[in-house]
Design a protein around this ligand. Structure first.
Ligand code: IPE
Ligand code: IPE
Ligand code: MG
Length: 250
């Protein structure tokens, strides 16, 4: 099968965002506790970061813990927090060495202090790296992100720094958690679910969505390549007409 890099290099999506779903079901299908699925999910994340970089993807955003995931049992939340701590402690040096720049999006307030410090450490250590950008969406919800942006924008209005009539899409976009990053070209969700679950609602306005049936712990380079191939077959129109669609209607 043709390698995705055989296609025009420009057709490899610049920014890929992934909803890493199905860890619990992966474990249940094997008679294992859910946490085992989450552990194997971290292995899948490592593989995916490596593959994405090798394939020419420049930015990868991964949904690791949602604002709504706090509604899970305390024991599972504790295990997920433990895995994040371990991922940063064990993998940060290696990510840094391979030139990865780590960014975090999501709500920082209210997190345990040591986790907050680890997130800052990951961003600080890697801030000058020019390789793959890894954006970790942690304690992230898109509606919450937009509401925080609106709050900060309203403060500027209250202070007379911004006029309501001057507010544009770009103004609001500028108050989001990582305003300098381009929107995802491709959003992949694993586990067969076909919904966004409050992920990047603003930024995915024109993203291509690809849903794959595999559970996240089974995600690998071949699945990523398959999703990218599907993306490469899509025709992105952004509301306009491409040469192909214009011709069909004339
Ligand atoms: C994704 O797997 C990981 C997180 C949401 C933290 P799930 O834990 O949602 O696994 P399923 O969807 O229950 O199988
Ligand atoms: C989305 O998965 C959140 C993450 C992958 C971190 P969920 O498992 O929380 O989503 P729902 O509940 O099935 O919509
Ligand atoms: Mg799930």
């Amino acid at each position: 099968m043709a390698d995705v890099s055989d296609n025009a290099k420009s057709a490899v999506p610049h920014h890929v965002a992934i909803i890493m779903d199905g860890n619990g079901r992966w474990a249940a299908a094997r008679g294992l506790p859910r946490v085992e699925g989450h552990r194997r999910g971290v292995d899948a994340l490592r593989r995916t970061i490596r593959s994405a970089g090798e394939m020419g993807v420049k930015i990868i955003t991964v949904f690791s813990f949602s604002s709504e995931n706090w509604s899970r049992p305390a024991a599972e939340i504790g295990e997920l927090m433990g895995l994040l701590r371990r991922f940063i402690r064990n993998d940060l040096a290696e990510l840094h060495k391979s030139g990865v720049r780590v960014r975090i999006i999501g709500e920082r307030a209210g997190l345990e202090a040591d986790i907050g410090r680890l997130l800052v450490e990951a961003e600080e250590l890697t801030k000058d790296n020019t390789g793959l950008t890894l954006v970790v969406a942690f304690n992230y919800g898109a509606r919450q992100e937009i509401a925080r942006a609106a709050q900060r924008m309203a403060e500027d209005v209250a202070q007379g720094k911004l006029k309501p009539e001057d507010i544009t899409i770009d103004t609001l976009g500028g108050f989001l958690d990582a305003p300098d990053l381009p929107d995802p070209d491709l959003v992949i969700r694993t586990s067969g679910e076909q919904r966004l679950s409050n992920f990047l609602l603003w930024q995915s306005a024109y993203s291509e969505l690809v849903f794959v049936p595999v559970h996240w712990p089974d995600f690998d380079r071949a699945v990523l390549e398959g999703a990218i191939r599907e993306y490469q077959q899509r025709e992105r129109r952004f509301g306009g007409l491409t040469a192909k669609t214009a011709q069909a209607g004339s």
